[in-house]
Design a protein around this ligand. Structure first.
Ligand code: COA
Length: 312
């Protein structure tokens, strides 16, 4: 028995912060930010639970389900509203879900970790899972530090996973972590993000490359077989470097970072939801997801899009 993605949705705060907004008060410029990152604007505001609830509602609507139809909630976030309890508790309550709920922190690889975890739990007997990536990175970013402030934004996106499809959703996955690299990217409790940008960039390209090669080979598919690549949205230069080496075209790559900045665990589902809304994935298509982040974590998956065999 397989599973399928039957709903998707997003939530972005209304407040738009442009590169010129930063240039007005920091030693930076729209030209520098666009050339070095590809980011033009990002959204800021709300709490991680508020954004997760809105994204979850939107995904349930597309799936034509109620919260009570969900028996598993996994919230990928690196910016929970409180230290205790997990932010997923408030989301579970607001949406009226059943079953268990938990937060998962694997930084910017968090959504793919959560997707793989939820899909495994569907195989273990759950029926319908809501998987959400939600972040309020603006709260852990020093808005006066030009080297990090311009990179990060807030947002959330969610998918509904349902068991009972004819096909397997996840053809192959690859999860990894290099804990020795933790000092390159971290935020202490109550502190701001510290990042060694250049080294993170170098390692991100290497980790994503290896992870993508692993997952393509495990799935027994070639880059040409991938209809849509949904990478973590940190920096368009990282995406271009990876695509060039793997042999994936930018035309078949989902990009939202120009408008959202880096939203960590929310970035892959945001790009996936927008691509699905735009009709860029069709029944049977193979979709490659790949992310990396603090930890340093990485995660990739090859999934098959479509709901063949599902009763509704
Ligand atoms: N505006 C103008 N100049 C800036 C700047 C900004 N917003 N931020 C940094 N600079 C300066 C630096 O201070 C440095 O100046 P110096 O040479 O006088 O010291 C110069 O630009 C080059 O910095 P460098 O870090 O080498 O630039 P870069 O090309 O590596 O780009 C990042 C910086 C952060 C955009 C890039 O390293 C990056 O994207 N790294 C990965 C980030 C990432 O993905 N993090 C999340 C992982 S999930």
């Amino acid at each position: 028995m397989g599973s399928a993605i039957t709903g998707w949705g997003e939530a972005l705060p209304d407040h738009v912060v442009t590169n010129d907004d930063f240039a007005a008060r920091l030693d930076t410029s729209d030209e520098w930010i666009v050339a070095r990152t590809g980011i033009r604007q990002r959204r800021m505001g709300g709490t991680t639970s508020e954004l997760a609830i809105d994204a979850g509602r939107a995904a349930l609507k597309v799936a034509d389900l109620d919260g009570a139809d969900i028996d598993l909630l996994v919230l990928a976030t690196t910016t929970p509203d409180q230290t205790i309890p997990a932010t997923s508790s408030a989301v579970h309550d607001a949406l009226g879900c059943r079953g268990g709920a938990f937060d998962l922190n694997a930084a910017c690889a968090g959504f793919v970790y959560a997707l793989v975890t939820a899909d495994s739990l569907l195989h273990a007997g759950h029926h319908r899972a809501l998987v959400i990536g939600s972040e309020t990175l603006s709260k852990v970013t020093d808005q006066d530090d030009r080297s990090t402030a311009v990179l990060f934004g807030d947002g959330a996106a969610a998918i509904v996973l349902e068991a009972g499809a004819r096909d397997e959703l996840v053809l192959a996955y690859d999860l990894g972590v290099d804990g020795a690299a933790t000092p390159l990217l971290y935020a202490d409790h109550g502190g701001y993000i510290h990042m060694e940008g250049r080294e993170v960039f170098r390692r991100a390209v290497r980790a994503e490359l290896e992870s993508i090669e692993n997952v393509l080979s495990r799935a027994g598919v070639r880059p040409d077989d991938i209809a849509l690549f949904v990478p973590h949205q940190a920096n368009v230069r990282i995406i271009e470097a990876v695509n060039q080496r793997v042999g994936l075209s930018m035309e078949r790559t989902a990009l939202v970072l120009e408008r959202t900045g880096n939203t960590s665990a929310a970035s892959i589902p945001l790009a996936l939801a927008e691509a699905a809304d735009a009709g860029r994935v069709a029944e049977g298509d193979l979709v490659l997801l790949s992310g990396f982040g603090a930890g340093m974590t990485w995660a990739s998956a090859v999934i098959r899009w479509g709901r063949r065999g599902l009763p509704r």
